[in-house]
Design a protein around this ligand. Structure first.
Ligand code: IYR
Length: 216
């Protein structure tokens, strides 16, 4: 089918690109949320944007499970904190713990109950045909990573802060959220509004010319 192209004049393109970048560079990962709810329409629109991401062979191997129920959030918190306890006391190497010092993280994850919304993002490793036959998916981590990026950007655009949380392993999410075996938890996105006293670590992004190189 014919593409319906979007086209901007160079001036418009520059304006749009710069406005978008200005908005995106203001994004900060937040770890302290208040309980103010996110409007359903904001969540729906952000998820629609996320689900429009490109994916290997258009298999769309992402599934988003939105959790707002206090009982389910508390189960997730308990299971995540059990894994985090193992991480901080046994699994993490001294080098890894050292790298985490600026973030002041520990095994306690109150945000999993305080934030109004948890979005558990699952990666569908393979599809299942009607006869139970496995249908191969392609570039699943790349695809789900891109969709997650779209989701974080869309929520940020609407003023919603997020935390990309990855308790490891996250198998408990399959049990608590009753997801099938062909889905692997990819990431737990905590979403909401920063609490009044929210602080963020004093960290910086790398200089532009370290991360970008124009050749030719
Ligand atoms: N999952 C742990 C540890 C952790 C690891 C990285 I890499 C971070 O950038 C932040 C935390 C936790 O959530 O505390």
């Amino acid at each position: 089918m014919k593409l319906q192209p979007v086209s901007y004049s160079p001036d418009e393109a520059i304006e749009r690109a710069q406005r978008f970048a200005e908005d995106m560079v203001r994004r900060r990962t937040v770890r302290h949320f208040d309980s103010r709810p996110i409007p359903d329409e904001v969540l729906d629109a952000a998820l629609l944007a996320a689900a429009s991401a490109p994916s290997g062979a258009n298999r769309q191997p992402w599934r988003f499970v939105v959790v707002r129920d206090a009982g389910i959030k508390s189960k997730i918190r308990a299971a995540a904190e059990a894994e985090e306890h193992e991480f901080y006391t046994r699994r993490a190497t001294p080098e890894w713990l050292e790298a985490l010092v600026p973030f002041e993280t520990n095994e306690h994850k109150p945000f999993l109950e305080e934030a109004p919304v948890l979005i558990a993002i699952f990666l569908e490793r393979y599809g299942l045909g009607k006869d139970g036959k496995r249908i191969k998916n392609y570039y699943t981590s790349e695809s789900v990573g891109i969709a997650t990026g779209f989701l974080i950007a869309a929520l940020h655009h609407a003023g919603v802060a997020t935390l990309t949380h990855t308790p490891s392993p996250m198998g408990f999410l399959n049990e608590i959220l009753d997801r099938p075996r062909n889905e692997t938890p990819f990431l737990l996105l905590v979403a909401g509004y920063p609490s009044q006293d929210a602080e963020v670590p004093d960290i910086e992004k790398l200089p532009f010319d370290t991360v970008v190189r124009y050749v030719g």
